[in-house]
Write a protein that binds this ligand. Structure first.
Ligand code: ITT
Length: 184
């Protein structure tokens, strides 16, 4: 690691794989750093990210992200509770909650926090629907039960490159790359 290495602070290897794929060829080393830091529970992804950036100042240059899946028929649940719900209910639990629901619409949101000489947030949203069964083995988290509008495959049936081209995190990363391309 050198001073120019961009630290991706996450406990989630799936996220890191996506960052690595998207940022390859941008002439900057990137590294996954899995450390414990104080997190707050609020109703906004942005607030979580802003708080975390303050806690993590010593690890700059860095990126973090807070993400969630928001299901319309469940009034936005699990949203900011997505990590806890994945650990407890998992994809199967969400499919059970959605058993009698015709309205399958949902969206993923990703807020990236970037800290270098400056501090910036970048947000990406992808709209789609919850499937009736799990499909695919790639990706992580809710990928097997989410199909983005306009696409046949679930995220778990896509390579990380395919997913990155269209997804919430991919879109947030595109904004980040547009912003920092001078320094790469
Ligand atoms: P870190 O906070 O350590 O980065 P995490 O997995 O706790 O890792 P989040 O709180 O941002 O990350 O994620 C909330 C949950 O949503 C978590 O269970 C993820 O697996 C899931 N998730 C986030 N992005 C996803 C994506 O692109 N596809 C599928 N599931 C995703």
């Amino acid at each position: 690691m050198n001073d120019d290495t961009l630290n991706v602070i996450t406990s989630n290897r799936g996220k890191y794989v996506e960052y690595k794929e998207k940022l390859k060829g941008h002439h900057r080393e990137i590294e996954m750093v899995n450390i414990d830091y104080p997190e707050i529970q609020t109703d906004s992804l942005e607030a979580v990210v802003k708080f975390a950036l303050k806690e993590l100042e010593d690890h700059a240059p860095l990126i973090i992200d807070d993400s969630g899946i928001f299901i319309d028929a469940l009034d936005g649940f699990p949203g900011v509770y997505s990590a806890y719900v994945m650990k407890t209910l998992g994809c199967e639990g969400i499919l059970s909650l959605m058993e009698d629901q015709d309205d399958r619409s949902s969206r993923f949101e990703c807020v990236i926090g970037y800290l270098d000489e400056e501090k910036k947030l970048f947000k990406g949203i992808s709209k789609g629907s919850i499937t009736y069964e799990k499909k695919g083995t790639k990706g992580f988290g809710y990928d097997p039960i989410f199909r983005q509008d306009g696409f046949e495959k679930t995220y778990a049936e896509m390579t990380s490159e395919e997913k990155n081209r269209i997804s919430h995190r991919g879109r947030a990363m595109d904004k980040l790359l547009d912003h920092v391309k001078e320094s790469y």
